[in-house]
Design a protein around this ligand. Sequence first.
Ligand SMILES: C[S@@+](CC[C@H](N)C(=O)[O-])C[C@H]1O[C@@H](n2cnc3c(N)ncnc32)[C@H](O)[C@@H]1O
Length: 269
Amino acid sequence: MSDTLLRNLFKKYKSDKYNHKYFKIYETYLNNFKRRKIKLLEIGVADGSSVKAWSKFFKKGKIVGIDIKEIDKKKLQIKSKNIDLLKGSQSNLIFLDELVNKYKSFDFIIDDGSHFPKDVIKSFKFLFPYLKKGGIYFIEDTQTSYNHFFGGNPFDLKYANTHLNFFKNLSDSLNYKEIPNPFYIKNSFDGFISNVSFYRNIVVITKNINNMESNLVLNNSYEKKRYLTKTKRNKNKMKYFFKYLVLFRIFTLILFIYSLIKRLILLRF
Ligand SMILES: C[S@@+](CC[C@H](N)C(=O)[O-])C[C@H]1O[C@@H](n2cnc3c(N)ncnc32)[C@H](O)[C@@H]1O
Protein backbone atom coordinates (compact mmCIF):
# COMPACT_ATOMS: atom_id res chain seq x y z
CA MET A 1 0.00 0.00 0.00
CA SER A 2 1.48 3.40 -0.91
CA ASP A 3 2.27 5.83 1.88
CA THR A 4 0.28 9.01 1.22
CA LEU A 5 0.92 10.80 4.52
CA LEU A 6 3.01 13.56 2.93
CA ARG A 7 0.48 14.43 0.21
CA ASN A 8 -2.28 14.49 2.84
CA LEU A 9 -0.23 16.88 4.97
CA PHE A 10 0.51 19.18 2.00
CA LYS A 11 -3.22 19.14 1.23
CA LYS A 12 -4.20 19.78 4.84
CA TYR A 13 -1.85 22.76 5.19
CA LYS A 14 -2.66 24.06 1.69
CA SER A 15 0.93 23.92 0.44
CA ASP A 16 1.41 24.52 -3.26
CA LYS A 17 3.54 21.37 -3.19
CA TYR A 18 0.15 19.64 -3.36
CA ASN A 19 -1.23 21.62 -6.33
CA HIS A 20 2.04 21.35 -8.28
CA LYS A 21 2.00 17.60 -7.63
CA TYR A 22 5.52 17.78 -6.19
CA PHE A 23 4.28 15.47 -3.41
CA LYS A 24 4.79 12.48 -5.74
CA ILE A 25 8.49 13.27 -6.01
CA TYR A 26 8.92 14.04 -2.33
CA GLU A 27 7.15 10.80 -1.39
CA THR A 28 9.47 8.81 -3.66
CA TYR A 29 12.60 10.22 -2.05
CA LEU A 30 11.52 10.82 1.55
CA ASN A 31 9.00 8.19 2.66
CA ASN A 32 11.79 5.90 3.91
CA PHE A 33 13.16 8.63 6.18
CA LYS A 34 10.01 9.75 7.95
CA ARG A 35 10.83 8.11 11.30
CA ARG A 36 14.46 9.29 11.27
CA LYS A 37 15.98 12.14 13.23
CA ILE A 38 16.78 14.23 10.17
CA LYS A 39 17.58 17.91 9.66
CA LEU A 40 15.74 19.63 6.82
CA LEU A 41 16.36 23.14 5.50
CA GLU A 42 13.74 24.85 3.37
CA ILE A 43 14.53 28.12 1.61
CA GLY A 44 11.26 30.05 1.34
CA VAL A 45 8.69 29.77 4.12
CA ALA A 46 5.88 32.17 3.01
CA ASP A 47 2.74 31.28 5.00
CA GLY A 48 4.47 28.34 6.66
CA SER A 49 2.34 25.66 5.04
CA SER A 50 5.23 23.44 3.97
CA VAL A 51 7.23 23.72 7.21
CA LYS A 52 4.08 22.71 9.09
CA ALA A 53 3.73 19.67 6.84
CA TRP A 54 7.42 18.73 7.17
CA SER A 55 7.26 19.03 10.95
CA LYS A 56 4.36 16.56 11.14
CA PHE A 57 5.96 14.22 8.59
CA PHE A 58 9.39 14.17 10.25
CA LYS A 59 8.14 14.02 13.84
CA LYS A 60 11.65 13.33 15.16
CA GLY A 61 13.31 15.74 12.76
CA LYS A 62 14.40 19.36 12.95
CA ILE A 63 12.86 21.68 10.35
CA VAL A 64 14.72 24.90 9.58
CA GLY A 65 12.98 27.47 7.40
CA ILE A 66 14.61 30.62 6.06
CA ASP A 67 12.89 33.53 4.34
CA ILE A 68 13.90 36.99 3.20
CA LYS A 69 10.78 38.29 4.95
CA GLU A 70 10.07 38.28 8.67
CA ILE A 71 7.88 35.28 9.47
CA ASP A 72 5.47 35.81 12.35
CA LYS A 73 5.17 32.37 13.95
CA LYS A 74 2.24 33.39 16.18
CA LYS A 75 0.22 34.96 13.37
CA LEU A 76 0.77 31.95 11.13
CA GLN A 77 0.10 29.54 13.98
CA ILE A 78 3.40 27.73 13.61
CA LYS A 79 3.45 26.02 16.97
CA SER A 80 5.59 22.88 16.53
CA LYS A 81 8.73 22.90 18.64
CA ASN A 82 10.77 21.21 15.93
CA ILE A 83 10.49 24.22 13.57
CA ASP A 84 13.14 26.98 13.59
CA LEU A 85 12.58 30.02 11.39
CA LEU A 86 15.28 32.51 10.45
CA LYS A 87 15.14 35.74 8.49
CA GLY A 88 17.72 36.13 5.73
CA SER A 89 18.33 35.88 2.02
CA GLN A 90 19.50 32.77 0.23
CA SER A 91 21.96 34.93 -1.68
CA ASN A 92 23.53 36.47 1.43
CA LEU A 93 26.64 34.40 2.09
CA ILE A 94 27.20 35.97 5.53
CA PHE A 95 23.71 34.88 6.56
CA LEU A 96 24.22 31.39 5.08
CA ASP A 97 27.52 31.11 6.90
CA GLU A 98 25.81 31.89 10.23
CA LEU A 99 23.13 29.33 9.34
CA VAL A 100 25.60 26.48 8.72
CA ASN A 101 27.63 27.43 11.79
CA LYS A 102 24.48 26.93 13.83
CA TYR A 103 23.13 23.74 12.21
CA LYS A 104 26.40 22.22 10.87
CA SER A 105 24.80 20.03 8.18
CA PHE A 106 21.49 18.98 6.67
CA ASP A 107 20.01 15.73 5.40
CA PHE A 108 17.65 17.51 3.03
CA ILE A 109 17.69 20.97 1.49
CA ILE A 110 14.76 22.40 -0.46
CA ASP A 111 15.11 25.56 -2.51
CA ASP A 112 11.67 27.12 -2.81
CA GLY A 113 12.87 30.70 -2.39
CA SER A 114 13.34 33.46 -4.94
CA HIS A 115 13.61 31.10 -7.94
CA PHE A 116 16.04 33.53 -9.56
CA PRO A 117 18.77 31.57 -11.38
CA LYS A 118 21.65 33.49 -9.82
CA ASP A 119 20.24 33.03 -6.27
CA VAL A 120 19.57 29.32 -6.78
CA ILE A 121 23.09 28.71 -8.12
CA LYS A 122 24.72 30.83 -5.40
CA SER A 123 22.97 29.06 -2.53
CA PHE A 124 23.53 25.62 -4.07
CA LYS A 125 27.27 26.27 -4.39
CA PHE A 126 27.44 27.44 -0.80
CA LEU A 127 25.14 24.86 0.82
CA PHE A 128 26.10 21.69 -1.06
CA PRO A 129 29.19 21.05 1.13
CA TYR A 130 26.85 21.13 4.16
CA LEU A 131 24.54 18.48 2.74
CA LYS A 132 25.30 15.14 4.43
CA LYS A 133 26.47 12.14 2.44
CA GLY A 134 23.31 10.43 1.24
CA GLY A 135 21.54 13.78 1.57
CA ILE A 136 19.19 15.17 -1.08
CA TYR A 137 18.87 18.70 -2.52
CA PHE A 138 15.55 19.64 -4.18
CA ILE A 139 15.16 22.71 -6.38
CA GLU A 140 11.56 23.67 -7.09
CA ASP A 141 10.04 25.77 -9.88
CA THR A 142 12.98 25.48 -12.26
CA GLN A 143 10.77 26.83 -15.07
CA THR A 144 12.08 30.29 -14.13
CA SER A 145 15.27 29.24 -15.96
CA TYR A 146 13.32 29.71 -19.20
CA ASN A 147 11.71 32.99 -18.19
CA HIS A 148 13.51 36.26 -18.83
CA PHE A 149 11.23 38.05 -16.34
CA PHE A 150 12.87 35.90 -13.62
CA GLY A 151 16.43 36.27 -14.90
CA GLY A 152 16.14 33.16 -17.08
CA ASN A 153 16.60 32.95 -20.84
CA PRO A 154 14.07 31.48 -23.31
CA PHE A 155 16.28 32.14 -26.35
CA ASP A 156 19.55 30.47 -25.42
CA LEU A 157 18.50 27.17 -23.86
CA LYS A 158 21.91 25.50 -23.83
CA TYR A 159 24.43 28.16 -22.85
CA ALA A 160 22.59 30.84 -20.83
CA ASN A 161 23.73 31.20 -17.24
CA THR A 162 20.61 29.63 -15.73
CA HIS A 163 20.18 27.17 -12.91
CA LEU A 164 18.80 24.48 -15.23
CA ASN A 165 21.97 24.71 -17.31
CA PHE A 166 24.02 24.64 -14.12
CA PHE A 167 22.26 21.43 -13.01
CA LYS A 168 22.48 19.91 -16.51
CA ASN A 169 26.23 20.48 -16.31
CA LEU A 170 26.34 18.75 -12.92
CA SER A 171 25.71 15.49 -14.76
CA ASP A 172 29.34 15.86 -15.92
CA SER A 173 30.39 15.81 -12.26
CA LEU A 174 28.49 12.56 -11.93
CA ASN A 175 30.55 11.13 -14.81
CA TYR A 176 33.84 12.99 -14.34
CA LYS A 177 35.85 9.75 -14.14
CA GLU A 178 34.68 8.91 -17.67
CA ILE A 179 36.02 12.06 -19.34
CA PRO A 180 39.14 11.25 -21.42
CA ASN A 181 40.49 14.78 -21.35
CA PRO A 182 44.03 14.75 -19.93
CA PHE A 183 43.67 18.49 -19.23
CA TYR A 184 40.43 18.06 -17.28
CA ILE A 185 40.36 20.16 -14.10
CA LYS A 186 38.39 18.55 -11.28
CA ASN A 187 35.78 20.77 -9.61
CA SER A 188 34.42 20.62 -6.07
CA PHE A 189 31.30 18.64 -7.09
CA ASP A 190 33.20 15.88 -8.91
CA GLY A 191 33.05 12.67 -6.94
CA PHE A 192 30.22 13.83 -4.67
CA ILE A 193 27.17 13.63 -6.92
CA SER A 194 25.49 10.25 -7.23
CA ASN A 195 22.26 11.28 -8.91
CA VAL A 196 20.86 14.25 -10.81
CA SER A 197 17.18 13.82 -11.70
CA PHE A 198 15.08 16.21 -13.75
CA TYR A 199 11.31 16.29 -13.39
CA ARG A 200 8.88 18.86 -14.71
CA ASN A 201 9.88 22.07 -12.86
CA ILE A 202 11.87 20.30 -10.15
CA VAL A 203 15.41 18.99 -9.97
CA VAL A 204 16.63 16.47 -7.39
CA ILE A 205 20.31 15.94 -6.59
CA THR A 206 21.67 13.21 -4.33
CA LYS A 207 25.04 13.63 -2.66
CA ASN A 208 27.24 10.60 -2.21
CA ILE A 209 30.80 9.47 -2.78
CA ASN A 210 31.08 8.64 -6.47
CA ASN A 211 34.69 7.75 -7.19
CA MET A 212 34.41 4.37 -8.86
CA GLU A 213 37.07 3.93 -11.53
CA SER A 214 35.97 3.92 -15.15
CA ASN A 215 36.28 0.77 -17.24
CA LEU A 216 37.36 2.88 -20.24
CA VAL A 217 39.42 5.73 -18.85
CA LEU A 218 42.29 5.99 -16.37
CA ASN A 219 43.18 9.35 -14.82
CA ASN A 220 41.22 11.10 -17.57
CA SER A 221 43.15 9.24 -20.27
CA TYR A 222 41.68 6.63 -22.62
CA GLU A 223 45.11 6.02 -24.18
CA LYS A 224 46.69 5.16 -20.84
CA LYS A 225 43.93 2.72 -19.96
CA ARG A 226 44.13 1.00 -23.34
CA TYR A 227 47.93 0.81 -23.19
CA LEU A 228 47.90 -0.75 -19.71
CA THR A 229 45.13 -3.22 -20.60
CA LYS A 230 46.87 -4.33 -23.80
CA THR A 231 50.38 -4.66 -22.36
CA LYS A 232 49.08 -6.71 -19.43
CA ARG A 233 48.16 -9.52 -21.81
CA ASN A 234 50.72 -9.01 -24.62
CA LYS A 235 54.47 -8.69 -24.64
CA ASN A 236 54.83 -6.43 -27.67
CA LYS A 237 55.03 -3.24 -25.63
CA MET A 238 56.59 -1.10 -28.38
CA LYS A 239 53.67 -1.67 -30.72
CA TYR A 240 51.15 -0.58 -28.09
CA PHE A 241 53.30 2.27 -26.90
CA PHE A 242 53.38 3.70 -30.42
CA LYS A 243 49.71 3.05 -31.05
CA TYR A 244 48.23 4.37 -27.79
CA LEU A 245 50.78 6.66 -26.17
CA VAL A 246 51.87 8.31 -29.42
CA LEU A 247 49.24 8.04 -32.17
CA PHE A 248 46.12 8.11 -30.01
CA ARG A 249 47.60 10.91 -27.92
CA ILE A 250 48.28 13.02 -31.00
CA PHE A 251 44.64 12.56 -32.03
CA THR A 252 43.48 13.60 -28.53
CA LEU A 253 45.73 16.65 -28.60
CA ILE A 254 44.46 17.75 -32.04
CA LEU A 255 40.86 17.40 -30.86
CA PHE A 256 41.68 19.30 -27.65
CA ILE A 257 43.22 22.23 -29.60
CA TYR A 258 40.34 22.26 -32.09
CA SER A 259 37.76 22.33 -29.26
CA LEU A 260 39.67 25.04 -27.42
CA ILE A 261 39.78 27.30 -30.51
CA LYS A 262 36.08 26.66 -31.16
CA ARG A 263 35.20 27.57 -27.56
CA LEU A 264 37.31 30.73 -27.71
CA ILE A 265 35.67 31.85 -30.98
CA LEU A 266 32.18 31.13 -29.63
CA LEU A 267 33.03 32.70 -26.23
CA ARG A 268 32.07 29.50 -24.40
CA PHE A 269 34.02 29.26 -21.19
C1 LIG B 1 6.96 30.00 -3.06
S1 LIG B 1 7.14 30.79 -1.54
C2 LIG B 1 7.56 29.48 -0.46
C3 LIG B 1 6.44 28.51 -0.25
C4 LIG B 1 6.69 27.45 0.80
N1 LIG B 1 7.99 26.81 0.66
C5 LIG B 1 5.63 26.39 0.70
O1 LIG B 1 5.84 25.37 0.00
O2 LIG B 1 4.58 26.56 1.32
C6 LIG B 1 8.62 31.66 -1.76
C7 LIG B 1 9.15 32.36 -0.52
O3 LIG B 1 10.52 32.66 -0.75
C8 LIG B 1 10.83 33.88 -0.13
N2 LIG B 1 12.01 34.48 -0.77
C9 LIG B 1 12.09 35.24 -1.90
N3 LIG B 1 13.36 35.60 -2.15
C10 LIG B 1 14.11 35.00 -1.19
C11 LIG B 1 15.50 35.01 -0.89
N4 LIG B 1 16.37 35.66 -1.67
N5 LIG B 1 15.94 34.31 0.17
C12 LIG B 1 15.06 33.63 0.97
N6 LIG B 1 13.73 33.61 0.75
C13 LIG B 1 13.26 34.28 -0.30
C14 LIG B 1 9.58 34.73 -0.31
O4 LIG B 1 9.53 35.75 0.67
C15 LIG B 1 8.48 33.68 -0.19
O5 LIG B 1 7.98 33.66 1.13
